[in-house]
Write a protein that binds this ligand. Sequence first.
Ligand SMILES: Nc1ncnc2c1ncn2[C@@H]1O[C@H](COP(=O)(O)OP(=O)(O)OP(=O)(O)O)[C@@H](O)[C@H]1O
Length: 264
Amino acid sequence: MAIIELNNLWKEYGDQVVLERLNARVEEGEFITLVGASGCGKTTFLKMLLGTESPSRGQLLLDGAPIPDEPDESRGIVFQRYSVLPHLTALQNASLCGELDANRWLGRAFGATRKAIRARAVEMLEAVGLGGALDKYPHELSGGMQQRLALAQALIKKPRILLLDEPFGALDPGIRRDMHQLVLDLWREQRLTVFMITHDLAEGFYLGTRLWVLDKVRRDAQSPESYGARLTYDLPVGDSQKGTLQAIARNVHDTSRLLQGATP
Ligand SMILES: Nc1ncnc2c1ncn2[C@@H]1O[C@H](COP(=O)(O)OP(=O)(O)OP(=O)(O)O)[C@@H](O)[C@H]1O
């Protein structure tokens, strides 16, 4: 059975159609990279996978059942901007989720429970290359290190699905390459299913096992909100012929201009 299934999935906000008629099946272990013009609905789709937004029409299924309408342990997420707490050290940040689970009121665990939570946090921080920075505060970490910490936090509860919303967008090219390797290693070692948004088509082709393009097929310059984006390409990795790359770039560019109010 597919881990994720989209059946005629739509998302609307009031009169604005953001996503329309999405259909796809994703098997466990796939690495989907998502590209599309700014405002096309990529983050909205990720939020539906996370459970903080729900479909307007159609179905979004996890293991054949509707996605729970709250985030849970099966899905972890990393955003573009650092989502770590500034007043906690790396180790405290990574332990926080477990401590909150153990004691909702105090946000602290005690005794053997605390020891186990800390051990898991250290293990995860070592896995993302932060073993030497356990006691550092976020402002003492570089941008890349902060994203490593966010990854550790997202993976601490052993999710099956990892959602990445342009996690490397704010990083320098050299650091980005290191992060690519890290994400590929984590994906393989932890047998994750990954959905990653990127603005960088080359990154999408390089990292994914499958590339999705969200784009508006129907366009109305007078009323760009009447139509939503659809899945216009669903390509296996390696299908990186120049013509395909150029066609995708052109379509995404046209949609960008439309969304920004320019005549396409
Ligand atoms: N909670 C909301 N209420 C109303 N409209 C929303 C809401 N969330 C998103 N939208 C609208 O949905 C559209 C898609 O937004 P979304 O953030 O998913 O785009 P995106 O493709 O991720 O863009 P970017 O690449 O710039 O991050 C936008 O027009 C946005 O204004």
